[in-house]
Write a protein that binds this ligand. Structure first.
Ligand code: FAD
Length: 514
């Protein structure tokens, strides 16, 4: 019996068992869809990269002699949505069953599961064969609405997949070298920052279609797609990372600067797009990095490789588990009752705060920011200013090349905004200007003064930070991990407290003017 097999834009995994044999009774569908291009307002570079990677995958499958139905926005505009497209194509090709790989997003999985109930054709869901931990085992490690320690999960993954282990013990004697990984850049470090590997994939045809179909986008467009759009380029990026960036990955993981032509990329791999589209697997990323570590003759040290391994087998797999056990409730969480609007400068970078300006401007330009910019610049600001989590989510989901809800949402709601009240982090990642000044050189060129709290020119993060502690005093004083800032707030005299509250209130009522 003939089968229609759907491949979503983030299911471009050439190693999947589906492709082991060519089967004349199978038709693969890869389709640009309006519902995917505009379920949120995406960065234009994100859509072009997705479309280009989808077309490249369709071409690859055809070269392998698979039967592929590849459709552009022009072709799919007649279909109301994905179910409409699938039922029409099944009829057209005489298919009696529809197969799909399990979507990583709740929204899409729900849509396909609903569809399966409504149509006469049998529909089957299969594994994406991408993640290390099988979907069915997530429940063994994650419980809805319960705190799960990332570190516990990470150690389990290290043992389970035997990564950086020696006779059942962590290599080097410690599980985690995070405390070594907190360097900021000095003048000579800045000169060493490697040039990022960018590709020159053409974007023109996708840009035309995005415009023709009135897809609303954000960010700067470009006729060049910098990101890998196929497996071969993804592997090239991975090898480049291992050679040039991995040797310092951990050291400068949390560092930020404006003083390098490569400030936007630093020692980060930029592999998230390739990984999330499944052009490469997390296991091969780790194996390649471990191979580089073993053969580097000491150039790559244990803290560097451990830091990288933790991101992939720890954080990435962990947020996936958190997402699935907590959806759909996750997207409703707002523990701190945050409800301010996202200021306009998130969309145009027009703010005098140098840290925000740098992180936002580069996001609009590259559809990319590194982790600490996402967490401690735009994220921390949104946390302290009490911006509505729904609006913050929307921004993150749209702007980044790698943004897919399963990984975006736990990072935004939980890590950045503490909107889950502690499922992931046991306390909010809240910081005043002092942290930004320690980890970056942003404050040096800033109009605001990082050492000041309440003066006209004072860094807004300072009064917002203390105001945040004050506003949520009841919640935070019950949290032992917040006792330090809570006690420090208690020690501030009442006159100062009034001045801080006033300053913060003033900032909050003029958030758009910072
Ligand atoms: P590197 O610094 O080189 O790290 C290597 C890899 O580790 C990444 O490619 C990624 O696959 C993985 N990784 C690292 N940190 C995390 C993390 N916290 N969660 C999951 N995977 C991680 N990542 C996304 O892929 N999509 C998102 O939409 C996304 N949204 C985020 C929103 C916020 C508020 C925050 C704080 C983080 C978000 N992240 C997201 C996680 C992380 O910032 C990005 O994965 C990373 O910046 C991608 O760049 P890179 O490939 O150069 O990462």
């Amino acid at each position: 019996a003939k089968q229609l097999r759907l491949l979503l834009g983030d299911q471009l995994n050439p190693l999947h068992s589906w492709f082991q044999n060519v089967d004349d009774d199978v038709v693969y569908v890869i389709a640009e869809l309006k519902q995917e291009a505009d379920y949120t307002k995406h960065h234009i570079k994100k859509i072009t990269a997705f479309f280009a990677a989808m077309e490249a995958f369709a071409t690859y499958l055809k070269e392998q002699e698979h039967h592929v139905c590849y459709l552009t926005l022009d072709d799919t505009k007649v279909y109301a949505d994905l179910p409409d497209l699938l039922t029409t194509l099944a009829a057209k090709y005489g298919c009696e069953t529809i197969y799909y790989q399990q979507p990583d997003e709740y929204r899409l999985r729900n849509q396909l599961q609903q569809m399966a109930k409504q149509i006469d054709l049998p529909m089957f869901e299969e594994d994406t064969e991408h993640f290390l931990l099988p979907f069915e085992q997530l429940r063994e490690h994650f419980t809805p609405k319960k705190h799960v320690r990332m570190e516990t999960f990470y150690r389990f993954m290290r043992k389970r997949f035997d990564i950086l282990m020696e006779a059942g013990k962590p290599q080097g004697g410690a599980w985690n070298y995070d405390s070594n990984n907190r360097k900021s850049f000095n003048a000579s470090d800045l000169k060493q920052i490697p040039r990022p590997l960018v590709f020159n994939n053409p974007a023109k045809s996708y840009l035309t279609r995005i415009e023709d179909h009135n897809i609303n986008t954000i960010g700067e467009s470009s006729e060049q797609i910098d990101y890998p759009i196929n497996r071969q380029q993804s592997l090239q990026l991975l090898n480049y990372f291992c050679e040039h960036q991995l040797p310092n990955f951990g050291n400068f993981q949390d560092a930020m600067t404006v003083n390098s032509p490569y400030s936007w990329s630093l020692y980060h791999s930029r592999l998230s797009f390739s990984l999330n589209c499944k052009m490469i697997t997390p296991l091969e990323v780790i194996q390649t990095a471990l191979h580089a570590f073993i053969h580097s003759q000491g150039v790559i040290t244990l803290p560097q490789i451990e830091g990288f391994v933790r991101q992939i087998i720890g954080w990435r797999e962990y947020v996936r588990g958190m997402y699935w056990v907590n959806m759909p409730d996750y997207s409703e969480q707002n523990f701190l009752s945050a409800n301010y609007d996202l200021p306009q400068y998130f969309w145009d970078g027009q703010t005098k705060m140098q840290c925000l300006k740098s992180a936002i401007t580069q996001s609009l330009e590259h559809a990319y920011a590194h982790h600490i910019q996402r967490l401690m610049i735009t994220g921390n600001f949104s946390l302290l200013a009490g911006i509505s989590p729904a609006q913050v989510d929307e921004w993150y989901l749209g702007i980044y090349i790698d943004a897919i809800e399963w990984v975006e949402l736990p990072n935004t709601r939980s890590m950045a905004l503490f909107a889950d009240g502690g499922w992931i982090a046991t306390k909010p990642y809240a910081a005043s200007g002092n942290y930004v000044n320690k980890m970056s050189d942003y404050c040096k060129n800033c109009r605001y003064k990082v050492k000041e709290k309440i003066s006209e020119d004072a860094c807004p993060l300072n009064s917002l930070y203390w105001n945040f502690i004050d506003q949520h005093y009841d919640k935070f004083s019950k949290n032992p991990r917040m006792s330090f800032p809570v006690r420090n707030w208690d020690k501030i005299n009442s006159e100062q407290k009034i001045a801080i509250r006033e300053k913060a209130a003033n900032i909050l009522s003029n958030l758009d003017k910072l």
